[in-house]
Structure formats: C-alpha cells, structure tokens
Design a protein around this ligand. Structure first.
Ligand code: C5P
Length: 314
C-alpha cells in the first residue's frame, strides 16, 4: 500500500529576479567556466512558488518555456536537499512564472534558491544560508547569490558572493525583447576574443566607494553584451533603440542583464522611469517597471513568507 503524504500547510514564497549592474569577464577557468567579477542586484519582479506536501518531487508550471519535470532547477534543488538531508518525503512546487525565461534575469536560479530556503525551513533542517551554500553552488553559478539578495559582489564563477554595505537603490525599466538567449553560447563566443586580465578596476572602484553618489553607476559595463549581440544579431537594432530611450530619459545605467536578452535602465526617480517605460511602450516594446530590492528588504520578504505558512487548500 502506498504511504500517504504527510499533511502540512502549504507555503507560498516569492522568487525574485536579478540584474547584473556590471559584469567583467577576467578569463577562462580550468573547470570550463569563466572567472567573473559581477555586481548583482535583486529587483522586485518575482515569480511565486507554492509548495505543497507530496510523495515525490513534482514541479508544475504552465509556462511553455519552463520544464515541468525533474530537470527543472527548482526540482533539482529539492532533490539535492532531500538527498543531503536524508529525507524521504517529496514536495509539489507550483511555479507562477513572471520572470522572463532566458532573459538574463536569473529566474531559474532564483527558483532553485527559493526552494532551498523554503524547504530548509519547512522540513525543519536548520541549515541556514551557510549550510545551503554548497548545494546552491552545485546547482548553478547564480544560485548562491539568491540565498542573500540585495546588492552583492560576485567573484569566481559568480558563486562567491559578498553582500555590500552600500546597497543600490533605484527604479528600473526592463525592456524584454521576448526571445531567450543561451548563456552557455554567449560565454563560448567570449572565448575566441578573451585576453585574460585581472586589472579591470571598475567594479572594484565602485565597491570600494571611491566613486561618490549615483554617478558611480556610470562606470559599470557588461562585458557579455557584444558577445550576446553576436549570438542574437536580430537584437542589435532593438537594443540600440531601447538604449536610446533609456538614456534619453535619464537612466544612470543602461545595460544588458547577464547574457541577455533583457535590457534595463536604472533611474534615480520614478517619474523618469515612468517616462522611459511609456516611450518604450509607445515604440512597441514590452517594458516593465521594477524597484531595487535591498539586502534588508530581501531578508524581510523571506521572513514574512516563511513566518506565515498558509493552510493547504483541500
Ligand atoms: O552555472 P549555470 O548553469 O547557470 O551556467 C550556465 C552556463 O554559463 C555554463 O554552462 C557556462 O557555459 C556558462 N558560465 C560560464 N562562466 C560562469 C558562469 C556561467 O562560462 N562564471
């Protein structure tokens, strides 16, 4: 006779997106990855995960671009944690997708980290962020960042994460060209032109705060951008136009996020962001608004959702 799944309340947790405020590729690593320096930033755009008790690990998601099987990164996170903690119960993870897929916004990685954080609490494992870190690293280079959120420096593969004292605050406009770009393919293009170097100082100058105020953001660049546009040449024209709108309306920083295809502008004030969004929409682009989410705001959002388990629907 099959064993009934234990009855527990269901749990609904947010899974936030990120942008890369800056990204420097320093060289190739022996493990096939690239040595990076990046500045991560969580933003208010988020998916929602609803966890329910189940006998197996199951993912449900109606988005056609998201695998609804055990290759899904959230399922892999649950399976890895179950193995590590020697549990035999499962979980059903229903993903309400809002973060564009293949958009450089870290949706899959965020879903994986959210699953780890939620199940650690739900299964009463007490591992915490430090205990979850090795599992997160195995799942993907961006997953560790989402255990912390806020503004953080990412080194090594991007998986060595240092939350910053100085948290960036602002309003974002995200322009979404609506086509995925493969991260692996973009990094592969980088290889042909890479001169290894350790001396690019822009991100370090930003982090060490010898640049004052929001103008500091202007030194940041995403070194994946030209490789991403070679990989997806159809985006070149769009990106030029998107950038034009964002800069015209006063973006402090206008950049591709990760390996794309999402392009964002970061603004000091909501009015300028609103104008840029309206201009982009007027020109036929899909443009969303978001806010930066600081380290504290991220931690608060997590404690709110983990502190208030909801009763399972019958
Ligand atoms: O770790 P993740 O699966 O998210 O990375 C996707 C792909 O991006 C990797 O397979 C690798 O090709 C590339 N990548 C890289 N160097 C990094 C991060 C990612 O080459 N630091």
């Amino acid at each position: 006779m099959s064993r009934a799944a234990p009855r527990r309340p269901s749990l609904r947790v947010p899974s936030y997106a990120k942008v890369n405020l800056g990204l420097e590729v320093l060289g190739q690593r022996q493990d096939g990855y690239h040595e990076l320096r990046t500045l991560f930033q969580t933003i208010s755009l988020h998916d929602d995960l609803e966890l329910r008790p189940a006998r197996e690990v199951v993912v449900r998601c109606s988005h056609p671009g998201v695998p609804a099987d055990q290759t899904n990164l959230a399922a892999r996170a649950a399976l890895a944690l179950r193995r590590y903690a020697r549990r035999d119960e499962g979980v059903e993870i229903a993903i309400e997708k809002r973060i564009p897929v293949g958009g450089g916004l870290g949706g899959g990685s965020s879903n994986a980290a959210a699953t780890l954080l939620a199940l650690d609490r739900w299964w009463g494992l007490g591992l915490g962020r430090a205990g979850l870190l090795p599992l997160a690293r195995n799942l993907g280079a961006d997953v560790p960042f989402f255990l912390f959120g806020g503004t953080a420096l990412g080194l090594a593969r991007g998986d060595e994460v240092y939350p910053l004292r100085r948290q960036v605050k602002g309003h974002l406009v995200l322009a979404l060209p609506g086509r995925p770009v493969s991260t692996a393919a973009v990094f592969a293009r980088i290889d042909t032109r890479l001169t290894p170097r350790e001396n690019s100082h822009n991100i370090f100058r930003f982090v060490s705060s010898d640049l004052g105020g929001s103008s500091a953001l202007r030194v940041l660049v995403n070194e994946l951008e030209s490789a991403a546009l070679e990989e997806a040449p159809d985006l070149k024209h769009q990106v030029r136009r998107i950038r034009g709108f964002l800069v015209r309306d006063g973006a402090l920083l206008a950049s591709l996020s990760g390996s794309g295809s999402s392009y964002f502008g970061l603004f000091d004030d909501a009015q300028s962001a609103g104008r840029a969004q309206a201009a982009l929409r007027g020109a036929g682009f899909h443009a969303l608004r978001a806010r930066t989410l600081s380290l504290d705001q991220y931690a608060r959002a997590w404690s709110r959702s983990l502190g208030m388990p909801r009763t399972a629907a019958k």
